[in-house]
Design a protein around this ligand. Structure first.
Ligand SMILES: C[S@@+](CC[C@H](N)C(=O)[O-])C[C@H]1O[C@@H](n2cnc3c(N)ncnc32)[C@H](O)[C@@H]1O
Length: 390
């Protein structure tokens, strides 16, 4: 008997009605008893020649409707694990070629430089001849970088290439690359000038050292240029950032006083009306935010060890939090014990989000809605913004 693929599992496999996992199957595909698969209406031709070897994308074989349904199911599934239900809205999907931040790997092998993402579940580097997720400004640097690394990389050595699009151009950090001596140092400066880079830094294992930055690099957030620390967090796409900021503003309303926790360089703090307290563990990020917006009370604080306590939170009209993948266990316990009327929770991990949501709900909060955001298009990475109130 044939079996129909009904959903996509967390890691990207198709799952049939009878529970069979089938690699690269899309919802609606029909799986015969002998394992052969007939493509259904949600199958699409993967746009990139490197799919599925390249680890940058896992879901190019499904159409946008199936990708959106996958994002919704990942969030509802995580909530169901904690007996929670909620209004999971239609996701925002970032268009192709909008990713403005990426980490690639490079290696010199057989006299040439391979440069790209790791292969799926492997350390092998996929030498990218095309990429449908990176912004064209980032992709355009790949060939020039191959030539530069051909001069700087020792055979068989690997390097990490961090690319971020700043206001002034590409901010490039090379990790694991040495540029000793006059010729190499001058070569780096010439490369940065020719490519119109915003900044070029090298990390030889003892922290980043800037080699080129003709003007201070900035990222404009909510219309305000913020000094951009090297390798600072920035939302992966500009439209994803807008979708998250709009969701946060809808969740919190117009607070007179609020806190932005895990604030980074201020993606949400700078968008919030009224008086804002921001807390963040990265010293460079806190200093950048203070410089861009002196009126924001920015605190350098480790919120895992020293969360804002309930009595510090009480009296605020709203709290925004956007923790790393491990979530914000200690901080949500304090929030659950607080009287803050509105919370916007931004997350890059549905599992830890659902765990933390359960703590808030058991503290008396209502989960009003969740909006998934697919800013890592075609990957299994899910982001979301959620609204809680009491
Ligand atoms: C997902 S990013 C969000 C940043 C910011 N909200 C944004 O959207 O640009 C998470 C932030 O949490 C910070 N962080 C990580 N661990 C932390 C901790 N223990 N206490 C406070 N902040 C932490 C990171 O430095 C990072 O800036």
């Amino acid at each position: 008997m044939s079996d129909i693929v009904v959903r996509i599992a967390a890691r990207g496999d198709g799952v049939t009605a009878s529970g069979r996992h089938v690699a690269f199957a899309a919802p609606g595909d029909v799986v015969a008893e002998d394992g052969s698969v007939t493509a259904g209406p949600h199958r699409q031709v993967p746009p990139c020649r490197h799919f599925p070897e390249c680890g940058g994308c896992q879901l190019q074989h499904v159409d946008d409707e199936a990708y959106a349904a996958y994002l919704v199911e990942r969030v509802s599934g995580a909530l169901a694990q904690h007996d929670l239900t909620g209004d999971v809205r239609a996701p925002h999907l970032s268009p192709p070629r909008t990713r403005r931040r990426a980490t690639l790997r490079a290696m010199k092998a057989g006299g040439r430089v391979l440069l790209g993402f790791n292969a799926e579940k492997s350390n092998r580097i996929i030498d990218l001849a095309e990429c449908h997720i990176l912004r064209p400004e980032l992709f355009a640097l790949l060939d020039p970088l191959r030539r530069l690394l051909g001069l700087l990389l020792a055979p068989k050595r690997t390097a990490e290439i961090h690319l971020t699009l700043a206001d002034q151009g590409v901010d490039l950090l090379l990790k694991g690359v040495k540029a000793d001596g006059f010729e190499a140092a001058q070569g780096l400066v010439d490369f940065a000038g020719e490519q119109g880079l915003a900044r070029l830094s090298l990390d030889e294992g003892v922290g980043p050292e800037v080699r080129w930055e003709p003007q201070p690099a900035t990222a404009t957030l909510s219309g305000r240029p913020v000094p951009l620390p090297i390798a600072a967090f920035l939302q992966a796409t500009e439209d994803g950032e807008r979708a998250l900021v709009d969701s946060v503003l809808e969740a919190v309303g117009t607070p007179a006083t609020s806190a932005d926790l895990f604030a980074g360089i201020g993606t949400f703090a700078l968008a919030l009306p009224g008086r804002v307290l921001a807390a963040e563990a990265g010293r460079g990020a806190v200093l950048a935010l203070k410089r861009a917006a002196p009126s924001i009370a920015a605190q350098h604080r480790d919120l895992y060890r020293r969360p804002l306590m309930a009595d510090e939170l009480n009296g605020l009209d709203a709290v925004v939090l956007d923790p790393p993948r491990s979530g914000a266990e200690a901080q949500v316990e304090q929030l659950a014990a607080s009287t803050v009327p509105r919370i916007a929770y931004v997350s890059c991990n549905p599992a830890t989000f659902a765990r933390d949501a359960a703590v808030l709900v058991s503290g008396g909060y209502r989960l009003d809605w969740v909006r998934p955001v697919g800013q890592f298009r075609w990957s299994t990475h899910v982001e979301l913004a959620a609204a809680f109130s009491r």
